[in-house]
Each structure stands twice: as C-alpha cells, then as structure tokens.
Design a protein around this ligand. Sequence first.
Ligand code: GDP
Length: 366
Amino acid sequence: MKLGVVGLPNVGKSTLFNAITQAGAASANYPFCTIEPNVGIVSVPDARLDYLASIYHPEKFTPATIEFVDIAGLVKGASKGEGLGNKFLSHIREVDAIVQVVRCFEDENITHVDGSVNPVRDVETINFELIFADMETVSKRLQRSEKMIKTGDKKYAVEVDALKRVYAALESGQPARSVALEKEEQELLRDLFLLTDKPIIYVANIAESDLGEDVDNLPLVKQLREYVEPQGAEVMAVSAKVEEELSGLESEEKAMFMEELGIAESGLSKLVKKSYSLLGLISYLTAGKPEVRAWTITKGTKAPQAAGKIHSDFERGFIKAEVIAFDALKELGGDMQTAREKGLIRQEGKEYVMQDGDIVLFKFNV
Ligand code: GDP
C-alpha cells in the first residue's frame, strides 16, 4: 500500500517525511526502511501483534506496513508543466491514496509561497492542479472513446457517458471521487488512475505550541475541516516538527515527551492507522514460535484469497481455516492449547469472510 505525500512548498512535507523515515529506527519492534530518498516504509502499530509476541517470543516479528512516497514539486501551474510539472503528477498516479499536508502554523521566519497562511486557499491551489491534470486525462480518453462508439461495442457508450459526467464535475471544481459511478463504469475508468479519484487525508500541520487537547478546534484547523468535510475527507491535526523530534526518541524518552505535550498517541501512529482504515484494509494474524505476523487484506476478503497472501499454494489447495478472534484468545491469556481443548477454534471454509484480528492457521493440500 502506497501513500503519496503532497502539499505546497514550505508547508512541512519534508519534516513529516523525516518523521516517517526515522520512525522505528528507535524502536526495535517496528522496523522501517528507506528504499529511495523519497520512499519510507512504516509499520502499522498493532497492540494485538505486540501481545502475541509477548506470548510466543517469536524468532521473527513482522508487522503490517505502509509505504509513503514524498511527492515534492507540486506548485501552482504544475499541471501546465511548471516546476517539476507532469513528472510529479505521474508519481501520484501510482499511489493508492493521497496525504495532503497543509500549513496551519504561523511563523514569520518561514515564507509562505503565497504570502500568508491560509489553509483553504492552499488546498484549492493543490486540488486545482490535480483537477486540471485529470481534466486533461479525461478529455483525451473521451476523444478516443467517442470514436470507438461506432465499433458497436456497447461498452464505449457506457464509457463516454461516464467520462462526460466526470468531466462536468471536474470542470465545476469537484473531484472525480464525488461522481457516483456504477460498478461497470468504475471498471471502465479504472485504468485512467485519476488523481482526484484517490482517497485523501488532510494533515493540518500545526505549531508545536498549539498541540494539546483541543487541536481540532483551532481556528485554521476548523476552517480546513469545514472546507473538506463536504467532500467526504478528513483532517488530522499534527505537528510535523514534534513528530520529527518524537520519531528519533527511544520509547521511554518518547513517552515522557508525549506526556509533557499532553498527547496520548503520536500523530504519525494516528496517521498510519487512519490511512489503513481509509483504504478499507484490515489485518489477520498468524502466530507461532517461528514468526508472529500481520497480513494485510481488504475488508470482505474470503479465506482462500487471504491464504493466498501467504502463498499461492495456500489458495489453490485451500481446505479450511482454523480461526480464533484475537480477543477470545486474549481472554484465555493467549493459551492456544486451552482454546483448542475448549473447542473455541472455529473451522471455517471457502466462503468465510475474514475479520480484522482473526488469528488463523490455514490447512491446505499441496
Ligand atoms: P516542505 O517544503 O513542505 O517539505 O517543508 P519543510 O518540511 O521543509 O518545512 C519548511 C520549513 O518549515 C522548515 O524550516 C521547517 O523546519 C518548518 N516547519 C515545518 N513544520 C513546522 C511547524 O510545525 N512549525 C514551525 N514553526 N515550523 C515548521
């Protein structure tokens, strides 16, 4: 899963990104790595996995991960080729969701590209570029599909109709995701990878001094939320600077610092969790002496396909899944043997829909 971090220059993207790439370096349990300068992988914090590790003392500990890509270079005019222009837009096409960092901190030493701190205007600037790029993509395809209608293939008529509705929305300043499309239409437009069709989270980068209890009601954060909420998007208030400091600390120091700041959970941890749920992802878990591990699946995945995440043989030769919910196992103090004796481990077949936190052992034919 890949998230693209965008935002105007000087809003705190690199600062947040540093926090992402440093995170985990300080905590043994959650590994991270940097593949390229602009890609960081963070683990999805999961207390269930930590608990299982404390029971099994596994040789290997593998949490779920999310990949962040720093997409720098989005400036006014990017869709017309200014700044890094279209090159950066092609990076966004590859991501599953977008994290837009928006400046909500005042600091006269740090110039704002447009002269003043105004989150709504900034979001409009960025979204305008994304919308503009999508308009170009849609109109190119529309020209092609209109010509194809005469082949008689009905799918082109359906496609043209959908494209026109999407174009109209974009033209009126609305993102593609605001258009209600039928499943068939969605399929037809999928390979356009429209930028404004991707799920988005707004990160309001607030001043360190504003951290504390009521961050959601800070005037600039509120303004931003009132603006994006009608589009079905959420705002998270984070201090990128604090996150950068936090991510470099060992767990004890970190806990102390967080207490001082009056925050219960780091912004980065919240962001990772929120991204996971935004994308409709859940985890199932496997636990044993060799490895305790979280596996990422989308909500609604059935047992054989979930098994296929581990190995394609598991899916092909799927017989059944032995399942126990994490909470049920925890109630027994994590004792799998007792769970088995008490008949609490369920036998599930091909049609079983996996649940978040299922602890699973797959049985399969080779
Ligand atoms: P980018 O251009 O969006 O990547 O922005 P940077 O992360 O490089 O940040 C631009 C400047 O703003 C840097 O000097 C940061 O130290 C500073 N900055 C980032 N976040 C905050 C913040 O929350 N408060 C203050 N005062 N400065 C910040």
